[in-house]
Write a protein that binds this ligand. Structure first.
Ligand SMILES: C[S@@+](CC[C@H](N)C(=O)[O-])C[C@H]1O[C@@H](n2cnc3c(N)ncnc32)[C@H](O)[C@@H]1O
Length: 255
């Protein structure tokens, strides 16, 4: 399987392994119909296609046409891509899918209740749905600038990107409550901690520029942001860099 979410060990985030792990965790089988809800640029799609094989069906749904264009090249033939803003009425009949993956989407959904109820409607009896989310508000960084690090982490967690209808950087920890509220059961809930000791090659590499960009947007001054970044680089040179981010998930069935 090759992903530590399934082995329990902590390690750096590796995108390819992670998305292969999502397909493994939802347990897609040959011949099944699978929905990747909020598929984005399509990183999970090839792994779902491989799992269901030629007799299966994979549908990727997303509201963003630009992301879907990228998904089209990532996924190749055999994936049905649908542009749709999911706000309570998915364009599928009830019980259409045996498996649904919905990763890093819920934080953008303004009203999770109707969204989740409709996920349940399109899930087939005996099917399985995986909701996963990074919990951005609990990012940990070793830094000399305690207050600024807090401002950057929390500022990023609360920040609504232009393509998001809402922003909830704590949605990872809220998954069980949201899902029990909609009657999803049975449920396995877990968290995976990604730990990184380097500014390059993992999740931190992409996140650090985003934290700085949001900090700038929130009016933090350039010199403080430069000093903050320089401190992280010094820590990396001296082997003192530490970054962690948690990914929470809930795996639910449909009775
Ligand atoms: C952070 S990306 C995650 C993409 C992918 N699931 C992954 O794990 O890489 C969130 C995606 O959800 C999509 N999205 C957010 N709200 C949506 C909605 N209401 N309906 C459809 N797609 C939505 C966004 O367009 C974006 O592509």
């Amino acid at each position: 399987m090759g992903i530590h979410m399934l082995t329990g060990a902590n390690g750096p985030f590796r995108a390819e392994e992670f998305h292969r792990g999502l397909a493994a965790l939802v347990g897609a089988l040959p011949g099944e119909s699978v929905l990747d809800l909020g598929c984005g640029v399509g990183r999970t799609l090839p792994h779902l296609v491989a799992a269901v094989g030629p007799s299966g069906r994979v549908v990727g749904l997303d509201a963003n046409e630009r992301f879907l264009d990228l998904a089209r090249s990532a996924a190749g033939q055999g994936v049905n891509l649908v542009r749709h803003e999911a706000a309570g009425a998915l364009p599928f009949a009830e019980a259409t899918f045996q498996r649904i993956v919905c990763n890093n989407v819920l934080e953008c959904v303004a009203e999770p209740g109707p969204f989740l109820a409709d996920c349940k409607r399109v899930l087939a009896p005996g099917g399985r749905i995986l909701f996963g989310h990074f919990d951005f508000d609990s990012v940990v960084l070793a830094s000399a600038c305690l207050e600024l690090t807090r401002d950057l982490v929390h500022g990023y967690a609360d920040f609504k990107q232009p393509w998001m209808a809402a922003a909830d950087g704590q949605v990872g920890r809220k998954l069980p409550g949201l899902l029990y509220g909609q009657g999803f059961a049975p449920m396995t809930v877990g968290a995976v901690l990604f730990v990184e000791r380097s500014l390059s090659g993992g999740y931190a590499q992409g996140l650090m520029p985003d934290l700085v960009a949001v900090g700038r947007e929130n009016g933090l001054d350039e010199k403080s942001l430069r000093d903050w970044r320089a401190d992280l680089e010094r820590r990396e040179r001296e082997d003192g860099f530490f970054f962690s981010i948690q990914w929470m998930y809930a795996l639910c069935g449909q009775d």
